[in-house]
Write a protein that binds this ligand. Structure first.
Ligand SMILES: C[S@@+](CC[C@H](N)C(=O)[O-])C[C@H]1O[C@@H](n2cnc3c(N)ncnc32)[C@H](O)[C@@H]1O
Length: 308
């Protein structure tokens, strides 16, 4: 938590909002949050980002977003995931975006005319999400500052794999969801970005034989194993994957290098090879393929659990 950011936030827990009174506490809260120029912090207990430095600012996430912007053909994954939430059927369109990051989903929700709130553990991310124009709260998914059954739709996109106590987080997502509402939880599959992972492993294994890249989104909470924890909280959990999975087509090795640099703090402690060497190896190998074949292709395997 960066002090200069923290100073700009007001403690939700000490403010006079009542989160549990009135006919629609969530709507009241959103109204109050939205009409105030202040931003809100709800930290009943201190929780650290995991890994600590990964999301202090949006820069690592932006490097990965830039990578996905090289998809051919372009696939609107955010729109696809929102489409799973039956937003048109929700009475008031009130959506909670949990782990909202720099606001990609909030921006899409704003453009679709929905009212939403974003929560994230990182002040840096929330600062970047301000341009989406929706109210923001600094909070932990494992302790959401909203009363029961507050939201018609709850999103948890690409974030549960960073959370240590996932059963508690899943129960919190369920608790704040209205009866009949939909929670959409996005993550990746085991084969996600196999072509890039192969090059990273090739580099690290020059120093650390047999090293395997165990990405949190492909191993800790993935399309293959994520349903188990969600079923502890939700009666109905179904997995949906896009018909045409997105493929990134690179003609610039630096975009792959920037992606690999952005994940250093996940892996550097697992090898003595400086991560900068891994980055350089990947950049060189991607450029070689581009030189020989005109492009370097990476397939994404992402999907969503639709939970009710
Ligand atoms: C991979 S980013 C995804 C951001 C956004 N959902 C998206 O898909 O573009 C993961 C986000 O989850 C946030 N996060 C991690 N642990 C969290 C927690 N315990 N509670 C709330 N947010 C958390 C991080 O700060 C980061 O912004």
């Amino acid at each position: 938590m960066r002090r200069h950011d923290n100073d700009a936030w007001t403690a939700l827990s000490t403010h006079s909002f009542s989160l549990s009174s009135g006919p629609d506490p969530a709507m009241q809260l959103i109204d109050q949050l939205a009409s105030s120029p202040r931003r809100w912090v709800w930290q009943a207990r201190r929780v650290s980002l995991n890994p600590r430095s990964q999301y202090e600012t949006e820069s690592n996430l932006r490097a990965r977003q830039r990578f996905w912007e090289s998809q051919r053909p372009r696939f609107d994954f955010f729109g696809w995931a929102l489409g799973l939430a039956d937003l048109r059927d929700s009475q008031d369109g009130l959506v909670l975006d949990v782990g909202c990051g720099n606001g990609a989903y909030l921006t899409e929700l704003t453009s679709l005319g929905h009212r939403a709130a974003g929560i994230d553990l990182s002040f840096g991310m929330l600062s970047a999400a301000r341009s989406a124009g929706q109210p923001l709260v600094n909070a932990d998914v494992a302790r959401l500052p909203f009363s029961n059954e507050s939201f018609a739709t709850v999103l948890a996109p690409h974030m549960l794999y960073h959370v240590e106590d996932r059963p508690t987080a899943a129960r919190e997502l369920r608790r704040v969801l209205r009866p009949g509402g939909t929670c959409v939880v996005v993550t990746n599959g085991r084969e996600h970005m196999g072509a890039l992972r192969k090059l990273i492993e090739e580099a690290v294994r020059t120093e650390t034989p047999d090293w395997e890249m165990r990405n949190p989104s492909t191993h800790v909470f993935s399309l293959e194993n994520g349903a188990e924890v969600l079923r502890q909280a939700f009666a109905d959990v179904s997995l949906v994957v896009p018909e045409d999975p997105p493929t990134v087509v690179l003609t610039d090795g630096q975009i792959a290098a920037d992606y690999v640099a952005s994940i250093a703090d996940h892996y550097q402690h697992q090898t003595d090879l400086p991560w900068a060497d891994v980055v350089e190896h990947v950049r060189r190998r991607v450029e070689e393929t581009i030189g020989e074949e005109g492009e370097f292709r990476v397939s994404g395997v992402s999907g969503a659990f639709v939970c009710r």
